[in-house]
Design a protein around this ligand. Structure first.
Ligand code: NAP
Length: 252
């Protein structure tokens, strides 16, 4: 007997207008997934929705919100569950690179990065973890960064926001894995997106479509942590091995 076809997945995307998120959602749309798309720019959200519908999405609803407003999160997440009739995957993708030199001088600039990349994700994952734990299945996939693996002088505020996120996700995973819930920490290296458009591109830069394939495969394999492209796992292992007394003299 052939395996029964899996039901199309119901996907909540937070930061749905991110280039990496959009590429990942396209792959899910080809599998007829349904979407609840949250981002802060209504025009960009509408464009993502229309594109996903063209590619085969079962349905796609948009909701415009600044995700720094954590007080609004419970209502947004409950609306998403209601609109989709349940939830299988939550992808958290929003983030900012920030301005490291500004953040070295001005705490407010550092705080803005920590609020968007760390605290808003903590708020969303807290609600989602309880929701998925109660239903005893589901996937929380969060785009973090290799930058969280070690504090570098050139971007330690961004790195701290992602490093804090990594530790938080480790703890949540250890709590709810036994309920059958996947918590996937996604650690991309350099990806060619609007976030990095100001940087000189080199051979280390990956396309969002490549990273998206890795993300979907990691979700399907129920992985815990994904380095994407995978060679970043080896690079970051080497970076973590550099002794502190040498690392502090390096210009990284
Ligand atoms: N690109 C890289 O090299 C790289 C490497 C490692 C990790 N990452 C991570 O990957 C994730 C996606 O970034 P990306 O590369 O796809 O860049 P991107 O296309 O610039 O996406 C960033 C997204 O975050 C959204 N966003 C920022 N602050 C928000 C807020 N307060 N509320 C709601 N949405 C907000 C932006 O919305 P607007 O469109 O409205 O600005 C944008 O859609 C981020 O978490 C980033 O840190 C990226």
């Amino acid at each position: 007997m052939p395996e029964p076809a899996a039901a199309p997945r119901r996907v909540l995307a937070l930061g749905a207008t991110s280039a990496i998120a959009e590429a990942t959602l396209r792959l899910l749309a080809e599998q007829k997934a349904s979407f609840y798309l949250v981002g802060r720019n209504p025009q960009k959200l509408a464009a993502v929705r229309d594109d996903l519908l063209t590619r085969g999405a079962g349905s796609a609803t948009t909701f415009a919100a600044d995700l720094d407003d954590t007080a609004a999160h419970p209502a947004i997440l409950a609306q998403a569950v209601e609109a989709l009739g349940g939830l299988d995957i939550a992808l958290i993708a929003h983030g900012v690179l920030g301005d490291q030199p500004a953040a070295e001088k001005d705490y407010a600039a550092a705080e803005a990065v920590l609020v968007t990349n760390f605290l808003s994700a903590v708020s969303l994952v807290t609600w989602l973890a309880n929701y998925f734990e109660a239903q005893k299945r589901g996937t929380i996939a969060v785009i973090s960064s290799v930058a969280g693996d070690r504090g570098r002088k050139s971007n330690y505020v961004y790195g701290a926001s992602k490093g804090g996120l990594n530790v938080f996700l480790d703890g949540v995973r250890n709590r709810i894995d036994r309920a059958g819930v996947q918590v996937l920490t996604i650690k991309p290296g350099f990806v060619a997106t609007p976030m990095t458009a100001h940087l000189r591109q080199n051979a280390l830069f990956a396309q969002p479509s490549v990273v998206a394939r890795h993300i979907l495969r990691a979700i399907d394999r129920r992985q815990d942590v994904l380095y994407t492209p995978p060679f970043w796992g080896a690079i970051m292992f080497a970076v973590r091995c550099i002794p502190r007394r040498i690392f502090k003299k390096m210009n990284m």
